[in-house]
Design a protein around this ligand. Structure first.
Ligand code: NAD
Ligand code: G6P
Ligand code: MN
Length: 433
């Protein structure tokens, strides 16, 4: 049987993951699931861990769930390590989202200015985890879900000795599901050629039963109701002229880059009203953990669907299953490019449709990215690389550089002001600076 170690086990997403393991148990015989957290997340882990135990007991499966603060014990001889931790918890995310807004800049906690600081906090921790993996479970696959997943995967590829790493996001599968629904066909009949970076991924083409339906789908994306496929981003629609000329499918995060002004106005309005997304999620999380405490609850409650991570379990468990069984199906994941996307360095992380084998994801060759999208993707890749470098070196100038080259930054001076305020606000989680 398999041993899985999940770091950040106290996440409210854990029931999602456990549901996935239960559903695919026939193909993926897990014997041990170790949830790991830190002192600050101990109570959350106990609540959600006990729910996980009840779910597994209800399903009648022989999976032992261990709850621990001892990461090394959890990693010892693990077959798969999944990471879903958040350094500084949601309180830190609220700062990532709010501080840039004070300067009239979008926070965007993954690929935006806020994401830089999430990366600066996260990368030292993931590199530490990589060292433990090298020592305690050198054959394990690391499946990273922690954002900014693109920058984090880039950092693992560049600054650790771990080669068996895959970055995972629920956005591509969310788009597939959303388009299947729009076209009223079963998800299994849809295939999208994904290429780009995490939260900066495009669908170069989309097929139903092998026949391209791209133009029809792009037409549908102009309807605001169809323009986002995740709960955390409200779709505000695309100009038909723009999206048709672009000629590829966008992901919801593209709205921050191609509709910057409107997204900023919306985020500022929310910040003065119901709160930033982090603050909304803090309330949601409280409600979820109240539900999770109920000793009679033994399923993933439907309220979890209000979080942005829908289909996380499908994405994670189908990936692990395909590696374990050498299934060779196609899944979009973050992996080393190796030339699949000509416009991105071969040794960089990309998000791309891959054949999933026992030796990991094999990216499908996509050639060059179309001219209209190439520049933005390259710019975000540079941001991820410089951000990862700043995280590893703790160099102030490099942090200012990363913030300035982010496409959401309006100037070097404002970027520096944001960096200064955020370094101070997050200093307990940034020992390298
Ligand atoms: P959360 O705030 O609940 O954090 C999860 C847990 O991580 C907490 O219990 C916390 O105590 C723990 N933690 C913090 N530092 C840790 C450390 N050093 N070691 C071990 N555990 C630690 O977060 P959440 O909202 O559940 O999200 C979890 C993570 O998943 C975030 O990083 C988020 O960005 C990411 N996420 C990714 C996707 C994706 O598409 N890739 C989707 C949803 C969420
Ligand atoms: C999306 C993204 C994730 C992101 C999440 C936020 O699904 O793929 O990378 O972390 O939404 O959701 P939340 O509910 O935390 O705002
Ligand atoms: Mn994501």
């Amino acid at each position: 049987g398999l041993k899985i170690a999940t770091i950040g086990g106290g996440s409210s997403y854990t029931p999602e993951l456990v549901e996935g393991f239960i559903k695919r148990y026939d193909e993926l015989p897990i014997r041990e699931l170790w949830l790991v957290d830190i002192e600050a997340g101990k109570e959350k882990m106990e609540i959600v861990g006990n729910l996980a135990k009840r779910m597994i007991e209800k399903a009648g499966l022989p999976i032992d769930v261990h709850l621990t603060l001892d990461r090394r014990a959890a990693l010892k001889d693990a077959d798969f390590v999944t990471t879903q931790f958040r350094v500084g918890l949601l309180e830190a995310r609220a700062k990532d989202e709010r501080i840039p807004l004070k300067y009239g800049v979008l926070g965007q906690e993954t690929n935006g200015p806020g994401g830089l600081f999430k990366g600066l906090r996260t990368i030292p921790v993931i590199l530490d985890i990589c060292k433990d993996i090298e020592e305690l479970c050198p054959n394990a696959w690391l499946i990273n879900f922690t954002n900014p997943a693109g920058m984090v995967t880039e950092a693992v590829l560049r600054y650790s000795n771990i080669k068996k790493v895959v970055g995972l996001c629920n956005v591509p599968i969310g788009i597939e599901m959303g388009i299947a629904k729009l076209l009223d066909v079963d998800h299994s009949r849809i295939r999208i050629d994904f290429a780009g970076l995490n939260h900066m991924v495009y669908g170069l083409d989309v097929y139903v039963d092998g026949v391209s339906v791209k133009d029809e789908v792009i037409e549908k994306l102009t309807d605001p109701a169809n323009s986002s496929f995740v709960k955390n981003i409200e779709g505000i629609g695309w100009e038909p002229e723009f999206i048709k000329a672009l000629g590829v499918l966008t992901c919801p995060y593209h709205m921050y880059y191609y509709k910057t002004r409107q997204m900023l106005e919306k985020d500022m309005k929310n910040a003065d009203g119901e709160g930033t997304r982090a603050e909304v999620v803090q309330k949601l999380e409280k409600e979820l953990f109240e539900l999770y405490k109920d000793p009679n609850l033994a399923i993933k409650p439907p309220q979890l669907e209000k979080r942005g991570g829908a289909y996380y379990s499908d994405a994670a468990v189908r990936l692990i299953t395909s590696i374990y069984t050498d299934k060779r199906d196609i899944q979009p994941v973050n992996t080393i490019n190796n030339g699949a996307i000509a416009s991105i360095p071969a040794d960089s992380a990309v998000e791309v449709s891959c054949v999933i084998t026992k030796d990991g994801p094999k990216p499908i060759s996509m050639g060059d990215l179309p001219v209209p999208v190439r520049g933005l993707v390259q710019q975000i890749k540079s941001f991820e690389r410089i951000g990862a470098e700043a995280a590893v070196t703790g160099d102030y100038n490099t942090a200012v550089l990363a913030m300035t080259i982010n496409p959401l930054s309006p100037s070097d001076t404002i970027a520096k002001q944001i960096v200064d305020e955020m370094l101070e606000a997050h200093k307990e989680h940034l020992p390298q600076f």
